[in-house]
Design a binder for this molecule. Structure first.
Ligand SMILES: [Zn+2]
Length: 52
């Protein structure tokens, strides 16, 4: 399985955003408070899936 993640901001109203990540394997993570937090969560997924 190939894993390619991308991060997208989601507008929550009032000028606030959360950040979601999506992987090509259909894994995803929602609601991160910063792009950096989303990135580290995505990286954890990659490490988990690619660690064998
Ligand atoms: Zn994946």
């Amino acid at each position: 399985m190939n894993h390619q993640t991308r991060i997208e901001p989601e507008h929550r109203g009032g000028g606030r955003y959360t950040f979601n990540w999506y992987c090509s394997c259909h894994a995803k993570g929602y609601g991160h408070r910063s792009k950096g937090a989303a990135q580290s969560s995505a990286n954890a997924h990659l490490k988990r899936e690619g660690g064998h």
